[in-house]
Design a protein around this ligand. Structure first.
Ligand code: PLP
Ligand code: COI
Length: 356
């Protein structure tokens, strides 16, 4: 797809960018450009461009504002020591965006065009890619219904955009185990719903339980299965893994209510290749609690693009801590291997990295 590039008339100067990159935080600073592709039912995808980052004009009747017809993705670009900028498994993000789009009755975008949109944006904003330990340029592709129409049907006008934001640790500060809180009153997704799609509504629904978690001093909320069977699903924005003393690594199976994390899939591959026994299955809160208690479960971690691999420390149910683990060796070493592949210090045996 041919992208027109209209450079920002007044880009951020290098000194200001350097200031932001000193401590990028997560999701608060945005680069100078955005990639855009428009879609209409009559004309398909058109008008691909890179333009100055800035507010967008939207009709108050735009369908996304009423019926949340929207999907998004999250991936990162890493600066390698040879100066090259690389992204991690971007075709997997492209495929997932299309699968989310199908569920939300949005148009699919050719995978190649998705990856090109990342290439084009990063090439305009290369200076913004941080190089510190655990830092990257977070890329946020998203697609939304822009048609002004209040009837409930799939929009005939859609906008696809990519924005970029320099990112450090999602949880802020140094890496340390996070505290999580079990949501008992609210579930994230139900069979046949939109849980496997990366769509804004899933996150909107997670905000209240996430707020309750924060009130208990926790960093993330843990969702259980919708049938109230005490099986764990995932966190508000991350998948979950448990590690056992006898060399197994366990994660909830994909049931259609869980987001199919690309980090999750990569961790499964890395774990298999280092000889761990991988179990994708139903796992209950009671198994987690009892396993930590009797020493069979030694480590628990969360994983995702934003969170990378973050150890889970305390697990709170109501007011009570029901399990507590520290940063374990397996967590630490899988994190180092994954980050090493992403940042170019460990050989990419899987062909996961894509040069932008
Ligand atoms: N689960 C949820 C709900 C998420 O929002 C994310 C983040 O994208 C993940 C899991 C992890 O997915 P990935 O590893 O592809 O970033
Ligand atoms: C990501 O990891 O890319 C997500 O979308 C999750 C969110 C917590 C930022």
């Amino acid at each position: 797809m041919k992208f027109d590039v209209v450079p920002h008339p007044n880009p951020t100067d290098s000194a200001q960018i350097a200031e932001v990159l000193k401590d990028p935080g997560f999701g608060t600073h945005f680069t100078d450009h955005t990639a855009v592709i428009d879609w209409t039912a009559a004309g398909g995808w058109q008008n691909a461009r890179v333009e100055a980052y800035g507010p967008i004009t939207l009709d108050p009747a735009a369908a996304v504002l009423h019926y949340a017809q929207e999907v998004f993705e999250g991936t990162k670009a890493y600066r390698h020591s040879d100066g090259g900028i690389w992204t991690f498994r971007p075709f997997a993000n492209a495929a997932r965006m299309n699968s989310s789009a199908r569920r939300l009755a949005l148009p699919e975008l050719e995978e190649q065009a998705f990856v090109e949109s990342l290439e084009q944006l990063v090439s305009a904003d290369r200076q913004w890619v941080p190089s510190g330990e655990g830092e990257a340029l977070y890329l946020r592709p998203f697609m939304f219904a822009s048609e002004a129409f209040l009837g409930v049907r799939p929009a005939k006008e859609v906008s696809y955009r990519v924005i970029a934001s320099p990112a450090g640790n999602y949880f802020g500060g140094e890496l340390k185990p996070v505290k999580i809180w079990v949501s008992r009153d609210y579930v994230r997704a139900a069979p046949g719903g939109t849980g496997a799609a990366k769509t804004g509504g899933n996150y909107a629904g997670s905000l209240l339980p996430q707020q309750q978690a924060a009130e208990k001093g926790c960093d993330q909320v843990l969702f259980l299965d919708p049938l109230h069977d005490n099986a764990i699903e995932e966190l508000g924005g991350m998948n979950v893994f448990l590690v056992t003393a006898d060399g197994r690594i366990i994660t909830p199976e994909l049931t259609g209510t869980i987001l199919e994390g690309i980090t999750r899939d990569s961790v499964l591959q890395l774990a298999r290749d280092r000889g761990l026994t991988v179990e994708e299955r139903r796992i209950t809160l009671d198994e987690w609690e009892a396993g930590v208690e009797d020493g069979t479960i030694t480590e628990v971690f969360a994983c995702g693009t934003a969170a990378v691999i973050t150890p889970i420390g305390e697990l709170l149910d109501g007011e009570k801590t029901i399990a507590s683990t520290g940063t374990g060796e397996v967590t630490q070493s899988i994190r180092e291997e994954l980050l090493g592949i992403q940042t170019g210090t460990v050989e990419d045996r899987y062909g996961w990295m894509h040069r932008l």
